[in-house]
Design a protein around this ligand. Structure first.
Ligand code: GRG
Length: 308
């Protein structure tokens, strides 16, 4: 194990009360999402029920937490970052609903519950995903914009992360890579886009909502990029080491779909080492915040050691 890896693995997440941070932020995000979305009874009720079903199914809310924590590191307020945190969670949930469809990963469970199409049918699940994506832009469009970051820049940030050059590109490469032997750099291309882009966007939007400096934005970009890559490697490790019950989604899917993953290319131990090194790089980026990024640091540590 390298010195770098040892430091990342040895960090003490208890120095910051992440449990209570996550509980309070998750509650606040859930309340805000509830306010932003049409009520479940609003006509046509089926679509609003389907959107809410997946949105409130018990996701870990890591992207909103990163957005709020990034705002905090820059001296910003949760209330300014909250609409952007909610917009990112809507995009994330849309991507999960669509990813679970029979035409994509064809999964029956997500967030510990039946997938959207299993409950509402494929047509409504597609529309629920579409509606959540659109909802994200409506929520973000209501933000006021900041002195350094215009309203337009905020919207472009979201379009970039969720469009055909990032999230969708990652999904396309993922689909096209099934059953093929991919190199580590081809796998990195997929991870950067399908996972890291939205986590990076979450951190950047948090900073923007605090009118952060360009140095702070650069630091958040490096942080989000590296945490995002580590997040996907850990996700791949959990897919082979945990049970479906523990994950709340079907375990062992990557192997069954003949997907290239870090564990399949470099093995479990090397994968863990790479995840620790990426997390260490993310920590390094936080130096610019001079001790004010405790929540981000605790989140990165938590994501490295998570078991679901
Ligand atoms: C369908 C446009 C489109 C994109 C799909 C997000 C995605 C791309 C596919 C979902 C499957 C997957 C492995 C995505 C990578 C990101 C990831 C690990 C998502 C799961 O995120 P968590 O663990 O989920 O934060 P919860 O449910 O806790 O929010």
């Amino acid at each position: 194990m390298s010195r770098t890896a040892t430091r990342a693995g040895a960090r003490n997440p208890t120095a910051f009360d992440l449990k209570s941070y996550l509980e309070t932020r998750t509650d606040a995000v859930n309340r805000a999402l509830d306010r932003f979305l049409p009520k479940a009874t609003t006509r046509p009720a089926t679509i609003h029920q389907a959107m809410r079903y997946s949105l409130f199914a018990g996701g870990k809310r890591m992207r909103p937490a990163i957005c709020l924590a990034a705002a905090g590191a820059c001296g910003g307020r949760d209330e300014d970052a909250m609409p952007l945190a909610c917009a990112v969670e809507c995009i994330h949930t849309y991507s999960l609903i669509h990813d679970d469809l029979p035409a994509m990963d064809d999964d029956d469970y997500r967030r510990g519950k039946l997938t959207n199409h299993k409950v509402f049918g494929e047509g409504i699940a597609i529309l629920a995903g579409d509606a959540l994506l659109t909802q994200a832009f409506e929520i973000a469009a209501k933000c006021k914009g900041w002195a350094r970051y215009s309203h337009q820049q905020i919207i472009l940030e979201l379009t970039h992360a969720s469009g055909s050059l990032q999230l969708i590109a990652g999904q396309v490469a993922d689909l096209e890579g099934e059953g093929k032997k991919l190199s580590a750099s081809e796998l990195r291309y997929i991870h950067e886009r399908k996972t890291s882009a939205l986590l990076c966007c979450s951190a950047r939007l948090g900073g923007m909502s605090a009118n952060c400096s360009s140095a702070q934005l650069e630091a958040l970009t490096t942080f989000g990029y590296n945490v995002g890559l580590a997040f996907q490697i850990i996700d791949d490790i959990l897919d082979v080491t945990q049970t479906s019950e523990q994950l709340g989604k079907t375990a062992g899917k990557d192997d069954a779909a003949q997907k290239a993953t870090y564990p399949s290319i470099v093995g479990l131990e090397k994968s863990r080492k790479i995840a620790r090194e990426l997390t260490e790089r993310a920590f390094g980026a936080l130096r610019v915040f001079r001790g004010k990024a405790q929540a981000l640091e605790a989140l990165a540590t938590h994501l490295l050691h998570r078991d679901r």
